[in-house]
Write a protein that binds this ligand. Structure first.
Ligand code: WTA
Length: 701
């Protein structure tokens, strides 16, 4: 542990720059045993990736891969902000994650899939076995489903080994996969399938969650119907079975459309499919995420740059060596799983662990038993999971003999107190921690400490990653200097290989969403004129460690999962009785933020429990259980501006017992007190202090 620092950063508040009160935290040194073995422990990396060496510095990552043809140009900026990376290069992601390891590591475990039921043993898949299974399934995709490079496929599967096998089989042929988180509803899957133009869906029949078999194939029916309603017909549904030969779903198989993979794959036993050499710029996958409008957007990621970026960052920041056993608890259906369960670790020949179920099933010791049994030494999870594990079993980690050298936290801001429990109890003071800040759009980490070089600071992600030059901007497009104590919008000044290519089918939205805000000259072909706007608030103290405060847009981060308030509102508005809806984030001790819903009814209807139940059920059907609101409030009217806009910031303040601020300019100020009393009770309890994202929520409107 190193010297303590206690300069508190305090500044005055004004409209554009938010004052942030924060006691500086103590630094922690990475353990010497970690540093000695780290892939990256030479500070010369800072020089190599300094701005004067941009963009060539990123060849260091591309050189970690095996290319069929080397690139001609590192970065092509001719069509800003549609950057092109490693142009002219030919590469295959499946080859890099599988074939190239066979010579040295064919008998090494590539994947260890841990079923939720503890009496089912983990399934170990070696690199040789992965090679066989990826090839056979690729043959099936090509010869049975008729798919080829550039086609899109939607995959709606749980956390099982068959999911990365499916993804790698797609990548082998250049088929663009779009994995939809297993916890999303069939309807959410169908909408995404339609947007991407997929004519094939890939499912699993069922999986275990909290000890219960979930009928997942039932969602496929709804997905197909939803896609067809959107004008996209689905020719084939390929269904993996949780237990080959034994169907666990009650949903009927539709003749000529639905096929069991374990039946069909028999025709492709022993088949080999040559990996297709893809352009570096060919899309590898789509990942749908929530944004500021009701419709989720398909973040389109490229093959070469993406794979280079996740491989480089897995090596340097996750410190993965081939002999490590690496376990990331995220779901593969989110970007963290794509980059840091599948593509990054497998590209480095690591052993990547996949766990099917709930971390606390059947009890609070499960995670640590898995770590002990598999001898996991690199562990990766979210603040929500850490808070939950701490709450349910604060002493559990001590009972098990695992030993982590490295731990990651990702997805939400972590409270310093929670960080310290992670460090002291989970890591047993022997593991280094990286707090990695990034987004679906980014492909890989943007801010983090370099674990073998930098000191750690609880609650702060850290400096920009090698080759990433972040800055914080105010509303007037001025950079806020480090150490000013003022918060603003974190931006990345430069392009990097992991950044998405575009929003699938919507170039304008891509430019608007991420670049219009701070681009001073849309004609410019110089990347310096195109800072990337991340939609997160942040502060930067003098030490250069970025502290992320949370979203500045309509996105709510629920348990590290990204949900759009507009998506939830659109769902509410499909309920017949509902006239208006507003969704706001509420602080939650474990999940970080959870949604609360406010609805106003059409004149003919009176408030009832049936209506609130209907709203909840509709959200679950249209989006999924993860979007379940904590409460639904039926209000007599929404607080509105004189021009009729719903004031979500007032509702967010009420839900979080924060000061509602100035409401005198509203069209209907009286309703605010009525709603407040209905939600909080008669007594006034509001405070001015609260998390920055909650205080800022809805202010832009
Ligand atoms: C938040 C997840 C604080 C942030 C990889 C971002 C974080 C959103 C951190 C992206 C972190 C992610 N500290 N906040 N270390 N990492 N976030 O797209 O608000 O699911 O914008 O990607 O999560 O969520 P997404």
């Amino acid at each position: 542990m190193a010297d303590a620092k206690s300069n508190s950063a305090v500044a005055e508040t004004n409209e554009a720059q938010i004052a942030v009160h924060w006691k500086e935290e103590e630094y922690f040194d990475p353990p010497a045993s970690f540093v000695a073995q780290a892939n990256l422990n030479d500070p010369a990396v800072n020089e190599r990736f300094a701005e004067k060496n941009f963009p060539k510095c990123f060849e260091e990552y591309a050189d970690m891969l095996t290319w069929f043809r080397r690139w001609d140009t590192v970065l092509d900026t001719s069509d800003p902000p549609f950057w092109k990376w490693f142009v002219g290069g030919k590469i295959n992601a499946s080859f890099n994650c599988v074939d190239r390891h066979l010579a040295k590591h064919k008998n090494k475990a590539a994947l260890i899939a841990v079923p939720e039921l503890e009496n089912e043993d983990p399934v170990v898949i070696t690199y040789q076995e992965l090679y066989v299974r990826v090839n056979e399934f690729a043959a099936l995709l090509r010869d049975f489903a008729g798919l080829k490079a550039g086609d899109r496929v939607t995959i709606h599967m749980p956390m099982v080994a068959e999911l990365p096998i499916t993804m790698l089989a797609c990548a082998r042929l250049g088929i663009v996969h779009s994995v939809v988180f297993g916890g999303f509803s069939g309807e959410a899957c169908g909408l995404r399938a339609a947007d991407s133009g997929s004519r094939v869906l890939i499912y699993m029949d069922g999986y275990y969650r909290s000890g219960k078999m979930i009928d997942h194939k039932a969602a496929a029916e709804i997905a197909v119907a939803t896609a067809e309603k959107e004008g996209q017909s689905i020719d084939k549904v390929l269904v993996w079975r949780r237990y080959p030969g034994k169907y666990v779903s009650a949903a009927p198989m539709v003749k000529g459309r639905d096929f069991f993979v374990d039946d069909v794959v028999g025709n492709y036993r022993g088949k080999r499919v040559d990996p297709v050499p893809m352009d570096a710029e060919a899309p590898l996958f789509l990942m749908y995420t929530s944004g500021t409008t009701g419709k989720p957007k398909g973040c389109q990621h490229r093959t070469g740059g993406y794979l280079a970026y996740v491989t480089g960052t897995s090596k340097y920041i996750q410190d993965i060596h081939p002999e490590d056993v690496y376990w990331c608890m995220a779901d593969i259906g989110w970007i963290t799983g794509h980059s840091y369960i599948v593509y990054g670790p497998l590209s480095l020949a690591a052993t990547s662990v996949i766990y099917e179920g709930v971390p606390t099933f059947p009890d609070a010791g499960r995670v640590w038993r898995i770590a002990e049994r598999l001898d996991v030494n690199i562990f990766h999870t979210s603040p929500t999971a850490i808070r939950m594990l701490r709450k349910t079993g604060p002493e559990e980690p001590k009972k098990y003999h695992y030993r982590f050298k490295h731990m990651t936290t990702v997805g939400e801001p972590i409270e310093p107190d929670v960080w310290r429990w992670y460090y002291d109890v989970v890591g047993k003071r022997e593991a280094v921690i990286v707090d990695t800040w990034w987004q679906t759009e980014n492909g890989g980490f943007l801010c983090s400490t370099k674990p073998g070089i930098d000191r750690m600071k609880p609650g702060s992600a850290g400096p920009g990653m090698p080759g990433i030059y972040p800055t914080i901007k105010d509303e007037k497009n001025e950079d806020i200097p480090a150490g000013s104590g003022k918060a603003g919008n974190i931006c990345i000044r430069n392009p990097w290989p992991g950044i998405m290519q575009t929003i699938w089918g919507d170039r304008d939205r891509f430019v608007r969403q991420y670049y219009s805000k701070y681009c001073k000259n849309p004609q410019s072909k110089d990347w310096r004129d195109w800072p990337y706007f991340a939609a997160d608030g942040a502060v930067l103290p003098a030490d250069g460690y970025f502290r992320i405060l949370g979203r500045v847009d309509d996105v709510i981060n629920v348990a590290g999962h990204r949900l759009g308030t507009k998506e939830l509102e659109s769902a509410c508005l499909t309920v017949e009785e509902v006239a208006e809806a507003a969704v706001v984030p509420v602080a939650d001790e474990v999940k970080g933020r959870v949604p609360e819903v406010y609805v106003a009814l059409k004149p003919a209807y009176a408030p009832s429990k049936e209506i609130t139940d209907k709203v909840v059920a509709t959200i679950e059907t249209m989006i999924g259980k993860i979007a379940r609101p904590r409460k639904v409030h039926i209000v007599p009217d929404m607080p509105k501006t004189r021009s009729g806009k719903i004031m979500r910031r007032v509702l967010a303040a009420i839900s979080n017992t924060l000061d509602t601020g100035d409401i005198t300019t509203l069209a209907n100020p009286d309703v605010v007190e009525q709603i407040r009393v209905a939600v909080q009770g008669k007594e006034k309890v509001a405070t001015k202090e609260g998390p920055e994202d909650l205080k800022q929520f809805g202010k832009e409107e």
